[in-house]
Design a protein around this ligand. Sequence first.
Ligand SMILES: [Zn+2]
Length: 131
Amino acid sequence: MTQPAREGDGVARGYLQLCSDLRFHRATMLAFEEATGLAADGYWIEARPGGAPSWADNTRAARLAHRRGAVYMGWAAHGDECLGFPGDSNDRIGDRLVSTLRKRAEEFPKATHIGLFAHGGEVHVITPGRG
Ligand SMILES: [Zn+2]
């Protein structure tokens, strides 16, 4: 039996922003857990249609999580028709995600950032890169 993590106990926490799409939210969360080693109850989430690229700016939930020790921050979107971006191609949504990932990585420099892009039944993990 492990005890639930409490604030200030040194356990790593995270934050994940993703699309609420019923096909992809669970797979995206599992991929985030795998990529970060976080437990299912070790991170905050925020979801709406379109996922991370649908927010022009960072959110209160992201700032709150960052303040409360989120060392891994995930920014997710998906292709194969997203209701947040009707009619947009996978490439276009993927490009939006990369821009969002870079912007948020600049805004929260102390965290480790990963992007997650789901399509074709798989979740691809991407890193912010440079430039
Ligand atoms: Zn979507």
